[in-house]
Unconditional design. Structure first.
Length: 226
């Protein structure tokens, strides 16, 4: 079965996307570091710094913003993989579609070819089953796939989802809904006085980006070895 999952195009595409994202972000970071050093060198010897280069002086906010974008982008790639992987699975194992009824007769009555109909149904279900992270995990595990080494990896994936939504939709500020999700995910009490405050974890989005890439690669590896 491992070779079967490994051959799926969604797996190949996701691995390629993660590698590309990492390479691009680290290239940008290295370019910024090179600019900082060049500016320091010019100023050390009282050489005028070109105006446009001067805009690239070391700026902590810029680095935080770079990795905010990187983290959001990495998780967006995972969200696409959630759909893409289910689509591959439903097409490869059409028997999994038998008990699902998310389409009407009117939607399928005009299909002339059975292949097109199967693809439509696979797409419809993949979209429906990839909206919610818990539902998606349940469906994937239904294929006998073990994506996580332990429960902590599962919790981390859900936590990254919470953080990504906070960062993308609320600028990193915490809401009561966020705290409720954290409470449910980790089964622990939360401090509601933290509502409407930017969580300090977003001050190190580079760590979030690195952690997300590492977890996503681990998920790929576990899928391939299931």
């Amino acid at each position: 079965m491992a070779q079967t999952y490994k051959s799926l195009q969604s797996i190949k595409n996701f691995r390629k996307t993660l590698k590309k994202a990492s390479n691009h972000i680290y290239s940008i970071e290295n370019s910024l570091v090179a600019s900082y050093r060049m500016i320091e060198y010019l100023e050390k010897y009282n050489i005028k710094v070109p105006k446009k280069m001067g805009m690239l002086r070391k700026n902590d906010e810029r680095e935080v913003f770079l990795y905010e974008i990187a983290f959001i982008g990495a998780y967006a790639s995972f969200e696409h993989f959630m759909y893409d992987f289910l689509y591959d699975l439903f097409r490869k194992y059409p028997n999994a579609l038998c008990n699902e009824k998310l389409f009407s007769y009117e939607e399928i009555r005009n299909f002339k070819r059975i292949t097109n109909l199967k693809n439509f149904i696979a797409d419809k279900l993949a979209v429906a089953k990839s909206y919610d992270i818990d539902e998606w995990i349940k469906v994937v595990e239904g294929f006998g796939i073990n994506m996580f080494n332990d429960e902590e990896d599962s919790k981390m994936l859900k936590f990254l989802n919470i953080l990504r939504n906070d960062l993308l939709h609320a600028g990193g500020t915490t809401s009561s809904a966020t705290l409720e999700k954290v409470k449910k995910t980790f089964n622990r009490s939360v401090d509601y006085s933290q509502m409407r405050k930017r969580h300090e974890i977003f001050d190190d989005c580079k760590k979030l980006f690195i952690s997300s890439i590492a977890l996503f690669n681990k998920i790929i590896k576990n899928i391939e070895s299931s």
